[in-house]
Design a protein around this ligand. Structure first.
Ligand SMILES: NC(=O)c1ccc[n+]([C@@H]2O[C@H](COP(=O)([O-])OP(=O)(O)OC[C@H]3O[C@@H](n4cnc5c(N)ncnc54)[C@H](O)[C@@H]3O)[C@@H](O)[C@H]2O)c1
Length: 354
């Protein structure tokens, strides 16, 4: 567990809206974290009321009612996507820094409305792309910034694994928008933006051939970055495979970790795998007949969700700027929605400058 932040002894009271799968992960960490404390849980579900009682935390079915009790100094919004904007704006109107789960909203217009509200009020808005808080990814970013790859040339990102049949009992996961592009590929898109910069165009294909639901079970996308690098991404939740960030990086205990990589980056001077951080370079003569040296950077593991809580407090106290701002979340959403549009139309989607 982290050591407490230096600014003040008191823990920052954080209210959690939405106590489902990810809301509970945040709550589990908040109650053990030296920087924050649980200011309350807002969720209409009975199970959330029971959890609040067990933890001795204030509870309400109505997020606004709980907000107005005035216990919170920051908020995590972990409710379904279509509720993020209105709940986020309500926090901002009350001057409360807010961490909104990804995707920041379900449309670009709503995401822009949320960003504009935060900017007008001068209240920090963060988006829960927690991988940016993983030291492995930060190390990869530092290596690229130091020139380990030279000029970035290409990236390949895989997110292939099997979701169990029970996952699809919730009807929204079988319909458009509830599939692996917006749930999973969005994380790889944000990760690649974090490493390589802005995306300028997107081509894509989707398929529902395996499960036959309305929503895709498999998708491929090709991205062009502003720096000229090209990337291919593949996502499938219907394939028996270990190649995805969740299993490879071991961010959460409920995934059985695999000793594999899921991201492969190349450049004019070297190439790097993630998350194992294997760096391949020439030591002498260059060319495909010459031996490549292989170095493995030591990994520093840290729970990114716990680090995200430390960061939330630091941002709320004005000591740090958001690592993933509302605008970052908006751009990642825009790029991810372009995958659906490109797949639907068969044409490349050009993204306007950030
Ligand atoms: N960062 C990540 O890796 C990650 C992982 C999973 C989910 N998420 C995101 O978190 C959000 C929630 O996903 P989930 O899987 O936890 O969903 P979930 O369905 O498991 O939980 C959502 C909870 O929100 C509650 N809720 C619904 N409307 C509400 C409202 N108006 N006010 C308060 N509570 C309300 C529901 O009762 C439910 O308990 C989504 O935006 C999802 O994309 C992010």
């Amino acid at each position: 567990m982290n050591t407490p932040s230096p600014a003040s002894a008191a823990r920052l009271p954080v209210l959690v809206m939405g106590c489902g799968a990810i809301g509970r992960m945040h709550i589990e960490r908040i109650v053990r974290h030296p920087d924050v404390t649980l200011a309350g849980i807002a969720d209409p579900a009975d199970a959330s009321r029971a959890l609040a009682a067990e933890l001795g935390a204030p509870w309400s079915a109505d997020p606004l009612e709980l907000l107005d009790r005035g216990h919170a100094r920051a908020v995590i919004v972990a409710t379904p996507n279509h509720t993020h904007t209105d709940l986020g704006v309500a926090c901002i109107e009350r001057g409360l820094p807010v961490l909104v789960e990804k995707p920041v909203a379900d449309t670009v217009a709503d995401a822009a409305r949320l960003c504009e509200a935060a900017e007008a009020a001068g209240v920090p808005l963060m988006v829960g792309h927690q991988r940016r808080h993983n030291p492995i990814l930060r190390q990869a970013r530092a290596l690229i910034a130091q020139g380990a790859l030279g000029q970035p040339v290409s990236a390949t990102a895989m997110a292939t694994w099997l979701k169990p049949d029970s996952y699809f009992e919730a009807a929204w996961r079988r319909t458009l928008g509830g599939g692996p592009v917006l749930i999973n590929m969005i994380h790889d898109i944000d990760l690649l933006r974090f490493l390589l910069g802005e995306v300028v165009s997107v081509q894509a294909q989707t398929s529902n051939r395996v499960r036959g639901f309305e929503v895709e079970d498999t998708a491929t996308a090709m991205l062009r970055f502003e720096n000229g690098a090209l990337a291919t991404l593949v996502v499938s939740d219907a394939a028996v495979a270990p190649w995805n960030w969740d299993l490879a990086a071991g961010e959460a205990d409920h995934y059985a970790q695999q000793d594999v990589d899921s991201i492969f980056l190349t450049g004019t001077e070297g190439s790097l795998t993630v998350p194992r951080l294997q760096l391949f370079r020439y030591q002498g003569a260059r060319g495909w007949h010459e031996p490549l040296s292989q170095a493995r950077t030591p990994l520093h593991r840290l729970d990114p969700y716990a680090e995200q809580l430390r960061h939330l407090r630091a941002v709320a106290e004005g000591r740090e700027k958001p690592v993933c701002s509302g605008r970052d979340g908006l751009r990642t959403l825009q790029t991810t929605l372009a995958v659906h549009e490109a797949a639907r139309t068969g044409a490349a989607v050009t993204l306007s400058p950030a």
